[in-house]
Write a protein that binds this ligand. Structure first.
Ligand code: NAP
Length: 277
């Protein structure tokens, strides 16, 4: 059972799981994450073996204003699903973010202590705490800078933002001092499927495409691969309305420890994304 089925990751999870799993996708219009009794009724009726939560409040800047909404969906909503999973004996898969870290030390393993800088990060960290307290059989997956199914969401992903800006501008300014590991949601979804088939020990898993770059380097690669005549100019992040971690690279230590292959490089993932989108 996949909640958030209309989202970027949710729709890719459905694509990947539907061949060999019997999948129930759940949209917000069917069940709101904030309606515990509806969740419980539905889950106890369908008795899924696995519940995946790909639903979230993902508007990072807006979260600084819609604080209550962000905490309700990312913390309370996650708790409700984890509680329902525990009640019906299902494995619970939940997604969190690199934004639970401050970026002070650049490389982070699953054992590092979160220290969020902004409301979105705090709301996701609270979600992690509540999920871990509500159920025993969980995979809590932290990922970063997702790009995927562009038709799935109202807001567009970073790759599409750059391609759209390239249609109207000859020069695009992109921040060069924020570092991340861009991650293709289709690759992430495939690794989640592998995790659920092989069932390593429950716990926290960092899953990102391999390597890292600044948003500036990421944009340059997008423009190069599309052979566009646009200049990308590096700038410093000067956004005063929201604090962002300067550099968070999630080390996929638990995947390695449990003998899983790591995801391909972000450059390889970007090439494949651009071919089919
Ligand atoms: N995007 C990134 O760069 C990124 C980076 C790191 C981690 N993550 C994490 O990865 C996960 C997936 O992210 P994404 O980019 O795929 O998100 P997304 O495209 O924004 O999709 C979010 C989904 O959640 C649904 N939703 C929102 N509020 C809901 C509610 N109250 N009840 C039920 N459903 C609700 C949305 O439905 P509607 O469209 O109908 O509102 C949508 O289907 C999230 O946990 C996110 O925090 C994302």
């Amino acid at each position: 059972m996949i909640f958030g089925s209309t989202g970027q990751l949710g729709s890719d999870l459905i694509k990947v799981f539907k061949n060999d799993f019997s999948v129930i996708g759940v949209k917000k219009s069917q069940i709101n994450l904030l309606d515990y009794f509806k969740i419980e009724r539905f889950v106890l009726k369908e008795k899924p073996r696995i519940i995946i939560n790909a639903a979230a409040y993902t508007k990072v800047e807006q979260a600084e204003i819609q604080i209550e909404q962000a905490f309700k969906i990312n913390a309370l909503g996650a708790y409700y699903l984890a509680k329902a999973a525990e009640k019906c004996g299902a494995i619970f898969v939940h997604f969190s973010t690199d934004y639970v870290f401050s970026g002070k030390k650049k490389f982070y393993t699953e054992a590092d202590q979160p220290e969020p800088l902004n409301i979105y990060g705090w709301s996701k960290f609270f979600g992690e705490i509540l999920v871990r307290s509500a159920c025993q059989k969980y995979y809590l997956i932290r990922t970063s800078a997702l790009f995927g199914n562009k038709k799935s969401r109202q807001k567009i992903n970073f790759v599409e933002k750059i391609l759209s800006a390239a249609k109207t501008s000859r020069q695009i300014k992109v921040v060069a001092n924020l570092i991340t590991s861009p991650t293709y949601s289709l690759d992430l979804a495939a690794k989640v499927r592998e995790l659920l088939i092989k069932k390593p020990p429950f716990g926290i898993y960092h899953i990102t495409n391999s390597g890292y770059c600044s948003w500036y380097e990421f944009s340059k690669m997008i423009i190069e691969l599309k052979h566009l005549a646009v200049k990308i100019r590096p700038v410093k992040n000067k956004n005063k309305t929201i604090k962002r971690p300067r550099s968070v690279i999630l080390i996929n230590k638990n995947l390695k420890k449990n003998h899983f292959s790591l995801l391909p490089s972000w450059q390889d993932a970007l090439k494949r994304y651009l071919i089919i989108n």
